[in-house]
Design a binder for this molecule. Structure first.
Ligand SMILES: Nc1ncnc2c1ncn2[C@@H]1O[C@H](COP(=O)(O)OP(=O)(O)OP(=O)(O)O)[C@@H](O)[C@H]1O
Length: 598
């Protein structure tokens, strides 16, 4: 059985725990059974010493049976050694089961992440997502490895010891019950407060991660402006919040054992007093041995109860983590409905239209519309440029064509297929995308081109690299296509990174290429190298280039000018050059050396 994230309402942490336990039951049944048996044996071993104590005091000592005393002492020792052996088994089994449950939880979360819509990433800081996957999951680890499962064995001990106490003296057992009730009431009070404090801690950790992520991303800018001190000060805010919430939790955590120790002392004193009085009154009801055994059992009973309660910090921490994980799993996943496949091999459409955009409106939130009633029909094999000022909506339009978002109104078709519902395996066979910022992943050049798609052959990789003019450079490196890139490997220049990005886009030979400001920020020489590469891969493909300057567009057959989310002018560059309008305004400004984004 595999777990799947749900969209159906909020889950409670407890139901998630049950789900995780049920999920591992089939695979780890034998371990669960072994754990239950171990817990049972540990409980029995816990009962043996007080029983032996009673026999020694009431029978063997009275009757001077030294050999029996030696035997009882040997059993006592065996029970102690056996306890430590089975305690080891319990710890091992608990850890093993706990780690398996955690692996399932991490897989469930990873599965969920891949199904979340782009909008989720727009509104959630990366540090927050990292906290879910790291510290929140780690806190759940404690729940399974030391909280829940040892709680189960402690409960068994409590039950076994309580039964033995009842059998020795039902009256004194009532006193012990009062102590148990007092401890549970205190525990409940502390539990609520610790949970509150733990939620605060988790939130503070999320803020720290968000801060660190921002710091690492912006380290170059911070260093350039020598703003380390300002960022250090800023870091103090989440750190102080973290410290405050930890202190808050620690107060409750350290206060609780004091309360339980006091209850324990009062209970033992009361039992000895009452037991002695009962013994004095009727002389036979409670023997010295029974009283000693009872007092020993009280200590042993309160031990697991205290252990259970002392684990509140751990359990509450885990509950706080689980609550956050639950919230994350309750985030609505993208329901795309039936996915569309492309034909193999991809045939030309009857209409000859590669990209059709019909009356499309779009916004990232309901409050703000970014694109309004956009219509474009792009013929197969045509080179189209979409030009507009910064913030005009070009990247948003590109994102819609790439199928990353669903339009609020209207429809988009690529070779007759809705890109939003395009099957993931077919996506790269239809569209290649070169985004504004080159993204290099930790891994080899080969992996960076294929994005770990095993179906892409070495021949296809080399063909793409040759096409964009990177092959010579790659084979001149000692490890060729196996050269590592990223932090651990070699660094590419911006232009080389853009060429690699282009190779990644064309390696699957898609008929449609989307280029988002591919040469922004490059010098004229590098730009001309990139332009040559684009021309080389252009051939029969339909290419959309977006740019905020006319000089950034490549051999366009048609230019669309976009302003405030609307297409305001369109046509061939020659036609637009002869018209009054935006195109000519842009051209004149650029000729004068003005930048459109100023
Ligand atoms: N992820 C996002 N969430 C919310 N609003 C966004 C997001 N991305 C862009 N916007 C908003 O949408 C509008 C259009 O942005 P878009 O990035 O499409 O413009 P652009 O023409 O590509 O600009 P540029 O040339 O600077 O890249 C802007 O007002 C921007 O603030």
């Amino acid at each position: 059985m595999t777990l799947t994230p749900t969209n159906r309402g909020k889950q409670y942490p407890f139901s998630l725990i049950l789900k995780m336990l049920a999920n591992t039951w089939r695979r780890l049944r034998i371990f669960y059974i072994a754990l239950a048996v171990t817990a049972l044996i540990l409980t029995l071993l816990e009962l043996l010493p007080p029983i032996l104590l009673r026999s020694i005091l009431d029978i063997y000592l009275k009757e001077g049976q030294m050999s029996q005393i030696w035997q009882a002492a040997a059993y006592y020792l065996a029970a102690a050694v056996g306890s430590s052996f089975f305690a080891f088994g319990q710890t091992y089994l608990t850890t093993y089961i706990g780690q398996n449950i955690l692996m399932d939880l991490r897989l469930l979360m990873a599965n969920h992440i891949s199904k979340l819509p782009m909008n989720y990433y727009n509104r959630t800081p990366v540090g927050e997502i990292m906290s879910y996957m790291s510290s929140d999951v780690d806190s759940v680890n404690a729940l399974f490895s030391s909280g829940l499962i040892s709680g189960f064995t402690d409960l068994m001990k409590v039950f076994g010891i309580a039964t033995a106490m009842y059998l020795i003296s039902p009256r004194l057992f009532l006193v012990a019950l009062l102590a148990i009730a007092a401890i549970f009431m205190a525990a409940n009070y502390f539990r609520r407060n610790i949970l509150k404090a733990q939620m605060e801690i988790r939130k503070a950790v999320g803020k720290i991660n968000t801060y660190l992520q921002e710091l690492f991303n912006g380290v170059r800018v911070i260093k350039c402006y020598v703003k380390e001190d300002a960022y250090e000060d800023k870091f103090q805010v989440p750190l102080r919040e973290h410290l405050k919430s930890i202190n808050h939790a620690a107060v409750f955590d350290s206060y609780f054992p004091c309360v339980t120790q006091t209850i324990r002392a009062i209970t033992i004193a009361t039992i000895i007093l009452l037991g002695a009085r009962t013994g004095n009154m009727d002389n036979t009801i409670l023997t010295i041995g029974s009283l000693a055994a009872f007092a020993d059992l009280v200590s042993r009973l309160l031990g697991p109860i205290e252990a259970l309660s002392q684990e509140f910090q751990t359990i509450q921490q885990a509950m706080a983590g689980l609550k956050r994980i639950n919230g994350f799993l309750d985030e609505e996943v993208e329901e795309k409905g039936e996915l569309h496949h492309i034909d193999h091999p991809l045939t030309q459409t009857k209409s000859g239209i590669a990209i059709r955009i019909k009356e499309v409106s779009f916004g990232y939130s309901k409050e703000k519309t970014v694109l309004k009633g956009v219509c474009l029909d792009i013929e197969e094999g045509k080179k189209v440029a979409i030009v507009g000022r910064t913030g005009a909506g070009k990247t948003s339009l590109m994102n819609l064509i790439a199928g990353l978002y669903r339009p609020l109104e209207g429809e988009i078709c690529l070779s007759g297929i809705d890109p939003y519902r395009l099957c993931p395996e077919d996506r790269r066979r239809l569209i290649g995308i070169v985004p504004q910022n080159t993204q290099i992943f930790e891994g080899t050049i080969r992996e960076n081109i294929t994005l770990r798609d095993e179906r892409i052959t070495q021949e296809e990789i080399e063909k793409a690299a040759k096409l964009v003019g990177l092959h010579e450079l790659i084979v001149s490196l000692a490890d060729g296509y196996d050269t590592m890139l990223g932090i651990q490997g070699i660094k590419l220049s911006f232009g080389q990174g853009q060429l690699l990005s282009l190779a990644r886009a064309v390696v699957t030979d898609p008929p449609i290429l989307l280029l988002d400001e591919p040469t922004s920020g490059m010098d004229a020489l590098t730009e001309s190298v990139i332009f040559d590469a684009f021309r080389a891969v252009g051939n029969q493909r339909t290419i959309i280039t977006i740019s905020h300057r006319l000089s950034g567009i490549i051999d366009a057959n048609v230019v669309y000018i976009i302003a405030s989310g609307k297409i305001v002018q369109s046509g061939s560059p020659e036609k637009l050059a002869g018209e009054k309008g935006w195109y000519n305004v842009f051209r004149q400004l650029e000729d004068l050396g003005w930048r459109l984004d100023i």
